[in-house]
Ligand binder design. Structure first.
Ligand code: ADP
Ligand code: MG
Length: 235
């Protein structure tokens, strides 16, 4: 594994005069699932955007194993998977074509086979030829998840991935997250859906106004434990 850990030291992000992240320091380890929580505007999506290498910190330091943030995009391409708010799919292309495109982009071996395997795994074989623009939110989320997992990323980032999912898709996502954690990946999930994440996370990070207000590490955080810690952090 190239990404032996993700370490943040005093990470800052400013948008003009607005301080979105003031000083975030923490570590994320393989085999760990971190739950990132905080009120609206706390900086959660900003932090995921930076960790995905789509945006840059204004200050501080981030290391992915041996790699510094500024070189991570070129060295770690395909090793970081992101499921953002928007599914980031080509709307005119079908689900199958979208996955095939990203599989080629990431240099996935036996791309065509892998695409079929992932379509089946996320329950999208039957709807595989529909244009992505005609998919329901839940279906688009399934494809977004397949796209993020296709290249077997070592670091998996998900921003409110349970939103709009039905029971079956929620269960599917829970299974994929547990599998990613068991496979020794680093998983970071932004979510407030406590029932959906019950027992999945081993690390809780509560952000408040661009800072870490609370951190907790326990093997399997229950919904009740998360809620209690979250309340304490914001009290
Ligand atoms: P969260 O995901 O926790 O709700 P965000 O990371 O989206 O919060 O936003 C943190 C703060 O940064 C908010 O005050 C938001 O308005 C601001 N912000 C986020 N993205 C931008 C941007 N591209 N330009 C200006 N301000 C932004
Ligand atoms: Mg957000």
């Amino acid at each position: 594994m190239e990404i032996s850990e993700v370490a943040l030291r005093e990470v800052r992000k400013v948008y003009g005069r607005h301080l979105a992240l003031s000083s975030v320091s923490t570590r994320f380890a393989p085999g760990e699932l971190a739950l990132l929580m905080g009120p609206n505007g706390a900086g959660k999506s900003t932090l995921l955007g930076i960790l995905s290498t789509l945006s840059r910190p204004s200050g501080g330091e981030i290391r992915y194993g041996e790699h510094e943030h500024r070189y991570a995009e070129e060295h770690l391409r395909g090793r970081i998977g992101l499921v953002a708010h928007a599914p980031m799919l080509y709307l005119q292309l079908s689900s199958r074509e979208n996955l095939a495109f990203f599989a080629r982009l990431y240099g996935v071996a036996r791309a065509a086979e892998e695409v079929e395997r992932w379509l089946a795994r996320v329950g999208m074989l039957e709807a595989a030829d529909k244009p992505a623009g005609e998919l329901s939110r839940g279906m688009a989320q399934r494809i977004a998840l397949a796209r993020a997992l296709l290249a077997e990323p070592e670091l998996l980032l998900l921003d409110e991935p349970f939103t709009g999912l039905d029971r079956e898709a929620t269960e599917l996502l829970r299974e994929e997250l547990a599998a990613a954690r068991a496979a020794g990946k680093i998983v970071i999930v932004v979510s407030h859906e406590l029932e959906a994440v019950d027992g999945l996370a081993s690390h809780l990070v509560v952000l408040r106004r661009g800072r870490v207000a609370k951190e907790l590490r326990e093997p399997a955080l229950s919904a009740a434990r998360i809620q209690e810690s979250y309340r304490e952090a914001l009290a």
